[in-house]
Design a binder for this molecule. Sequence first.
Ligand code: C2E
Ligand code: CA
Ligand code: CA
Length: 528
Amino acid sequence: MIKQMSRYWRWCYRPWPLGLLVGLLSSLLLLSGAWQLGTWQARQSEQQRLGVLHAEVVRRSAVLLSELAGHLQVLDQQKIAQCDDNARQQLRSLRHGMLYTHAVALRLADGQWCYSLPLPTEQQLQSYQAWQFDSVRLLWNPQQLSVSSQPSLLLMDAGAQVASSLRYLQETIALPDGYQALLTDAQGQRMLDFSGVRMVTTATEQAAAQSPQPLFVADGKVYLRGPGDSRGMRLLLVTDDGPLRQATAYYQRLFGGLALAFAALLGWLAALLIRHEQSLHKALQLALRRGELEVDYQPLVDLQTRRCVGAEALVRWRRADGQRVRPDLFIPQAEDSGQICAITQRVIELVLAEVGELLRSNPQLYVSVNLAAADIAGAAFAEPARRLLREAGVAPGQLVWEVTERGLVDVELATRLLGQLRADGHRIAIDDFGTGYSSLSYLQQLPVDVLKIDKSFVDALGTEAASSPVAPHVIEMARDLGLKVIAEGVEHERQAVLLAELGAQIGQGWLFAKPLDAQAFRMFVAQH
Ligand code: C2E
Ligand code: CA
Ligand code: CA
């Protein structure tokens, strides 16, 4: 069963099937996004396209209606005492200059109307739809278009009437084929149909007039609602949804294609990344087997006496072509893949093989070894280390373990392991101190002997940088807690002097020595 699982797992870990999976999953996700984006984009462009026509319809109908309102004003200024032939003649001659007006009427002092041509009586006006604008009433009745005995469009106030025709409105607006324009009230109920057929709205038209979105699509039609004027009158432009459907299909294909291309790129990148990771994984595996890992020793120096007190073991990878790979290029990957435990094991073996003799003959000298989070979680290094130390005849006190805050995420587990290591006689150093997140809180409960101040804080010493007080603060805190301090990355004499004055005991850095191979380190110890 386990064998089968691991075969399956190995198949899954192949770059191309995994890349394909990434491509498929991301294409599903991206396609659904592209589909929605396509719908949205098509609606936007349809709204824009209809918006242009809508604005033109509004502009043209306003031209006609304000023309009629102008006629009404002219009439309001006329004075007629009696409705005789002269008066009618006067009204007819007034009408001549009025382009959209068939007939006019004026109310006499006795309340009777005087017409240029007979206009509908109050009784007949009952069959008209009407809108009141301040003192002016707009009346319309599309049925009159076919009857033609009465005007289909009328504008009147208390003293005058102008009779016009819905046909003028149609001619002025000149809607292209396939479009309809409806003027409705805020509830979408009363309606002026510019094509002059209907007087009542359908339920869908009412919904479109009241919809919060300007664009409304239903029953194979697209409605564009205007913002409406202060009286709630709004113009609805209606057309077939064919162009919208075409645009939607176009944008969905366009964005869908882009989404697929992007998903394919993601899948390809994922496959490349996995292949790269695997090749590094395999190469490291080989490096461990072929013994390509080496250790350099960077001296640790007493800041007062400038004598060498030990070294930090730093791993190096010498490839078959002689090129040396820096640890920060392969340690993070080895941490991810779990190979770091084998590397730690190898470093301990190399340290004891190369400088075991030196440590035996200099019992005050020590070497510190870096531990990764996985080492602390698994604790697999502890038992072999105990055995190797015994075999080499080196005291546990000569091996210091360096742990970073990243390795201490599980504080309980770390406390137990570090306590055990200390009981064995080792010392514990916190590496890169100050760069983590919980520096102070865990120090009190963890079994720790040494703080290593990170290079960035040593660099900041004596400068204007915001972090310049960190190193002095850490040194002071270490003194209070009874811990030793090692300052990392000391490159200049003035830093060494300042650190010594502040109370740091040990320095490590290029000022004293770069990381050295075992041979060079032995010579360094002999000289210092
Ligand atoms: P680290 O533990 O903080 O090691 C100190 C690093 O600073 C080393 O880089 C060292 O060469 C460099 N250094 C020391 N003094 C100076 C200086 O004065 N100036 C400058 N610019 N740099 C200085 P290296 O050897 O490249 O190691 C980088 C990191 O790789 C280490 O940082 C450590 O985190 C990791 N590493 C190295 N060896 C091991 C190992 O055996 N096991 C584990 N788990 N990690 C290791
Ligand atoms: Ca270190
Ligand atoms: Ca460090």
